[in-house]
Design a binder for this molecule. Structure first.
Ligand SMILES: C[S@@+](CC[C@H](N)C(=O)[O-])C[C@H]1O[C@@H](n2cnc3c(N)ncnc32)[C@H](O)[C@@H]1O
Length: 210
């Protein structure tokens, strides 16, 4: 695996970010459907819902600066964040495990990651993260939380035995409802977890102290 010398990964990312900008209409339809019931992943089957380019660059740098090798992602969507994570582990000699509940999205993400030249660095687990990561036992260096918000806390607690001193946990969309349980839990364990809000307060970065 070589670095992105020809800019292939960067050009795939640029195209994906451009496509994602055209998503607003489809996202609007998903929200309209969900007025009468809770929002479900399938309401956003074609939507990227991605991190921004600025966030992606910062995530990649965090992985490189902290030499993170085992990276786990909750919420692949169409693969934009996964590409940044995989581009980071390309430089640290690591791997990304990513999980997405919708098969159609996982298939499109796999295709995007292949175009970006990063397939060797990404393992897909298709299904509900609470099942696909159940029993996971390897030490995690970097956990990226970006799936459904009410699962941040149960998923974090399920994976806590895999954390070590220095594990980083980046939780996106901390301004969305459902994340408060996660925030309360992590901030309440201040001796174990040191947290700071990043990216203009949208995300929370936590370091495991022990
Ligand atoms: C905000 S999007 C992820 C965006 C992606 N991380 C990016 O920046 O490109 C959230 C994704 O989580 C998926 N998701 C929701 N609940 C899930 C679950 N229980 N297990 C796995 N994936 C889930 C949704 O289908 C959706 O594609």
């Amino acid at each position: 695996m070589t670095l992105d010398k020809n800019g292939i990964t960067e050009s795939v990312l640029q195209n994906l970010h451009d496509d994602a900008k055209n998503d607003l209409l489809r996202i609007g339809k998903g929200i309209a459907k969900s007025i009468f019931r809770p929002i479900q992943p399938s309401d956003f089957e074609n939507a990227y819902l991605p991190i921004t380019e600025e966030q992606g660059v910062a995530l990649r740098q965090l992985i490189i600066d902290n030499n993170c090798k085992n990276v786990v992602e909750f919420g692949t969507s169409l693969g934009i964040s996964t590409i940044y994570l995989a581009d980071g582990v390309r430089q640290t000699g690591g791997k990304v495990i990513t999980t997405e509940i919708l098969e159609s999205k996982a298939a499109r993400a796999e295709n995007n990651i292949s175009k970006a030249g990063l397939s060797d660095l990404v393992e897909f687990r298709v299904g509900d993260a609470m099942e696909t990561l159940n029993g996971y036992s390897k030490l995690i260096d970097f956990l990226f939380l970006d799936g459904w918000k009410d699962l941040y806390l149960p998923l974090f607690q399920m994976l806590e035995p895999c954390f070590h001193a220095g594990t980083l946990i980046y939780a996106d969309n901390m301004d969305m409802s459902g994340t408060q349980y996660y925030g309360d839990y992590v901030l309440g364990k201040g001796a174990t977890y040191k947290s700071q809000m990043v990216y203009k307060g949208k995300a929370m970065l936590t370091a495991c102290a022990a």
